[in-house]
Write a protein that binds this ligand. Structure first.
Ligand code: PPS
Ligand code: ADP
Length: 198
């Protein structure tokens, strides 16, 4: 109430035109240890080298700051994703490609973010990797703690992960290398004419 939307002086279309590329969200979703952060950062580096405006949102810059009040209950995860969706939308409006690396385990939460954006602005990337492989990697030792009962409500152990039903992309990190998965994502962006080829 009593809040009036202030229209921007520079539009999203003008920003895209200046940048010579599309702006959108690359929404990485998958189990802990599946490779979301690794791939988001590898793609970001590749985009940066091509002069494409981009930024990675992941646990380190969100759960330590903006969302430091949230834990891992279903309600908190939903609120986590809702806020990240809002922030991601601002990045899209600013003309950038924003890469988000969150488990985002609930289908409905991801769908709500999709609905906030325009049709070609939400690219859901399912970082698929079997639980056994993620657990074998266990880059932060968290699966071990979850199995020991030191962490409760851990995704894949005692908290659910709902696979995307029709993601724009599936990258299989147990079958393909980091470089191959990165290339798959860059090729997709080129095919969609979101970025230019080199
Ligand atoms: N209970 C529980 N379940 C899952 N993950 C846990 C948990 N506790 C801590 N962590 C660490 O937090 C990272 C997941 O945070 P996210 O913000 O991506 O989670 S969510 O989208 O809100 O579900 C996740 O990071 P990634 O391994 O990068 O996915 C874990 O390192
Ligand atoms: N094809 C691949 N893509 C991404 N990560 C991979 C791949 N193959 C092996 N890995 C390894 O898997 C781990 C994934 O960890 P991380 O990126 O932190 O996952 P997440 O962000 O999903 O928790 C890293 O140690 C990474 O080197």
């Amino acid at each position: 109430m009593n809040i009036v939307w202030h229209h921007e002086s520079v539009t999203k279309a003008e920003r895209r035109q200046r940048n010579h590329h599309h702006s959108c969200v690359l929404w990485f979703t998958g189990l802990s240890g599946s490779g979301k952060s690794t791939l988001a950062n590898a793609v970001a580096k590749e985009l940066f080298q091509r002069g494409i405006q981009n930024y990675v949102l992941d646990g380190d810059n969100i759960r330590h700051g903006l969302n430091s009040d949230l834990g891992f209950s279903p309600e908190d995860r939903t609120e986590n994703i809702r806020r990240i969706g809002e922030v991601a939308k601002l990045f899209v409006d600013s003309g950038q490609i924003v890469l988000t690396a969150f488990i985002s385990p609930f289908r409905q939460d991801r769908e709500l973010v999709r609905q906030k954006l325009e049709q070609d602005e939400f690219i859901e990337i399912y970082v698929r990797c079997p639980l056994e492989q993620c657990e074998k990697r266990d880059p932060k030792g968290l699966y071990k703690k979850a199995r020991n009962g030191e962490i409760r409500e851990f995704t894949g152990i005692d908290s659910p992960y709902e696979e995307p039903l029709s993601p724009e992309l599936i990258v299989e990190t147990d079958r393909y290398s980091i470089e191959e998965c990165t290339e798959q994502i860059i090729s997709y962006l080129q095919k969609q004419n979101f970025i230019k080829g080199v």
